[in-house]
Design a protein around this ligand. Structure first.
Ligand code: TPP
Length: 202
């Protein structure tokens, strides 16, 4: 794996328009989207695990004229796998799911997740869980794995323009990154800020 997560997120969020709604899964993705530029249309989930895609799905269905980009980790995605079947059933054309797959629970100390290859052990299953294959199996036909620097520009373009639902599993390096730029910590404030940006003052 050679891709740097922050470079991927910066490419995904370059020059965002107001109709780009970004949901970040917990842990490092929350820091990543904030480093790319905090904005009211960003909803970082801080410590809420397993629900990033479900939140994105609800939002995409409620706001069909906006583009919904979910950026989350493999740990969060593995916890919420059932959401992929519902995305496939609902087929929101405006939903893009990008998993930054470092094969670790990065935020809690880099414990291996099930996307990591397993050598030995009771099941000796070899390759780890292939999240793009899971998404495809759920019925999201446009599901691929991204591993190359050269594919980032296409990833970023597809994320903003291609008809969805789209699923991309991006294999990224395990990195220890400074979290010097953090989003607001108050969940109610973040929710209200986001809501106002999406639907205006209630
Ligand atoms: C329900 C629940 N279980 C465990 C945690 C602790 N936790 C916080 S971040 C994290 C790891 C997240 O891993 P991943 O989604 O792969 O993100 P990464 O930090 O590797 O990008 C865990 C297990 C939590 N916040 N909530």
């Amino acid at each position: 794996m050679t891709l740097h997560r922050r470079a991927v997120v910066r490419a995904l969020m370059q020059n965002p328009t107001d109709d780009l709604l970004v949901i970040a899964g917990l842990g490092q993705c929350t820091w990543d989207i904030t480093e790319a530029g905090d904005r009211p249309q960003n909803l970082p989930l801080w410590g809420g695990m397993g629900g990033a895609v479900m939140i994105g799905l609800g939002l995409a269905l409620a706001q069909p004229d906006k583009r919904v980009l979910v950026i989350t980790g493999d740990g969060d995605m593995l916890m919420g796998l059932g959401s992929l079947a519902t995305v496939a059933a609902q087929r929101p054309a405006n939903l893009v799911i990008v998993v930054l797959d470092n094969e670790k629970f990065g935020e809690t100390g880099n414990q291996a997740t099930h996307t990591a290859p397993v050598a030995g052990g009771p099941s000796d299953r070899g390759a780890g869980t292939d999240l793009a294959a899971v998404a495809r199996g759920c019925g999201i036909a446009d599901s691929t794995t991204v591993t190359q620097e050269a594919d980032i520009a296409v990833l970023a373009r597809d994320a903003r323009t291609k008809s969805g639902p789209i699923f991309r599993n991006v294999k990224v390096l395990v990195e220890t990154l400074p979290n010097t730029i953090v989003p607001p910590k108050d969940g109610a404030y973040l929710k209200d800020r986001f809501r106002q940006a999406v639907v205006g003052a209630a």
